[in-house]
Design a binder for this molecule. Structure first.
Ligand SMILES: Cc1cc2nc3c(=O)[nH]c(=O)nc-3n(C[C@H](O)[C@H](O)[C@H](O)COP(=O)(O)OP(=O)(O)OC[C@H]3O[C@@H](n4cnc5c(N)ncnc54)[C@H](O)[C@@H]3O)c2cc1C
Length: 367
């Protein structure tokens, strides 16, 4: 059971309690030769898009990744300035067995030199992050294929080749992998010609996409238990957790993390830094006998709804799996979907499922 599954069960049972339990392993398949020799355009350089590019590179298939922002990583973004270990502003836990890292690399001759520790029911990186993993093992072989500041505005897949339009270019490809956040498709930032089949468009329109927010507060004293995790809200409409963000890190810093998704974000979004500080310290003072305000040093926050090309947290954990499956289906052997929201319906909204979905579409493309 992963952290998300655990929260889901707690929500159903109406209980709030510390985490326990085990981990899952995912099953990325083995490499094989490709029969496809055309060009692929990937839209979005998050976990899904980068994994797809990396696998195409392994197969020797021509590809390009068009990324709207000036950075790769998407919701794996980190902050390296706040403290002496990378702060994960989005994806933090390995919601699977850490052996999934080798599966993403998909090359048995590469040894993964990234430390992780159990943080039941998941794992945590030690002085590292999902972003660091991708930066070290996935991006180097594909960096030359990423074109930044390329906001894709339309995909015309009515004929051959497919025409992909950005603000300042028009490019052609035989296959396109869409790996942008679901919210971007829901808001119709990208015009699709022809329109998607009704079942697919309905799944996109009807999807409940949670808001996403994280904050990290540093304190001068550890007034909380090492590794504490307190679920303050957990329902079909959102989750909110305070936790020991320095847990397991090679660091003496005392940092508490706040994770909020769905309606739980409402309390924190759109605030000034000092308003946020006041609200969070008040909440922590209630939990820890007024120890937060007196020990406060500094804080940072990340409001995912404010990221121009993401504008959301992620697809609700409570989405029906059959609907998720529709989000991941391929259209006309031309439009492929890879990323946290575009899976086979077994699992979704985590980095390793985004990578697994990339493997699925590359296996389809190479046939
Ligand atoms: C608060 C929060 C906490 C999370 N915690 C965890 C966790 O602990 N563990 C875990 O495994 N996962 C976690 N996740 C989920 C995980 O971050 C995502 O599932 C995963 O990173 C999504 O990858 P992706 O490639 O699908 O999308 P993204 O990472 O969002 O990448 C999509 C990319 O598409 C680009 N883009 C958008 N529009 C366009 C356009 N028009 N043209 C070109 N490019 C475009 C964006 O700039 C972005 O770089 C968390 C997410 C959030 C928000």
């Amino acid at each position: 059971m992963t952290r998300k599954e655990f929260l889901k069960v707690c929500g159903i049972l109406g209980i709030n309690m510390p985490f326990y339990s085990s981990c899952l392993s995912s099953s990325l398949m083995n490499n094989a030769e490709s029969n496809f020799s055309g060009k692929v355009i990937i839209i979005g350089a998050g976990a899904g898009g980068l994994s797809a590019g990396y696998l195409l590179k392994q197969l020797g298939i021509d590809f390009e990744i068009l990324e709207a922002s000036s950075n790769y990583g998407g919701r794996m973004k980190i902050n390296n300035d706040f403290t002496d270990f990378p702060i994960p502003l989005g994806a933090e836990w390995i919601e699977s067995n850490p052996s999934v890292l080798s599966k993403i690399i998909n090359n048995t001759s590469v040894q993964v030199d990234i430390e992780s520790i159990s943080d039941l029911p998941d794992y945590k990186f030690v002085n590292s992050s999902w972003f660091t993993f991708f930066e070290r093992y996935i991006v180097p072989s594909i960096a030359d294929h990423i074109v930044f500041d390329s906001v894709v505005s339309s995909i015309n897949y009515s004929g051959d080749p497919i025409v992909v339009t950005t603000e300042n270019s028009e490019q052609v490809a035989d296959k396109v992998i869409i790996s942008v956040p679901l919210k971007i498709l829901q808001d119709k930032d990208i015009e699709l010609l022809p329109e998607l089949p009704k079942y697919k468009q309905n799944a996109i329109n009807d999807a409940v996409i949670w808001d996403g927010f994280k904050a990290f507060f540093e304190f001068s004293d550890r007034f909380y238990n090492v590794g504490f995790e307190e679920i303050l809200e957990n329902s079909v409409s959102g989750q909110k957790i305070y936790y020991d963000a320095s847990y397991g890190q090679d660091s003496q810093k005392k940092i508490i993390g706040l994770f909020a998704v769905g309606h739980s974000v409402n309390k924190y979004t759109g605030l000034t830094d000092s308003q946020l500080k006041k609200i969070v310290l008040t909440e922590l003072d209630v939990m820890f006998s007024n120890q937060a305000t007196v020990n406060y040093i500094k804080h940072i926050s990340q409001d995912w709804n404010k990221e121009p090309f993401i504008r959301s947290g992620y697809l609700s954990d409570h989405t029906d799996w059959q609907m998720v499956k529709k989000l991941g289906t391929t259209i006309n052997e031309k439009l492929y979907f890879a990323g946290g929201a575009y899976t086979d319906g077994e699992d979704w909204v985590s980095v390793h499922t985004a990578a697994k979905s990339a493997k699925r579409v590359i296996d389809e493309i190479k046939l």
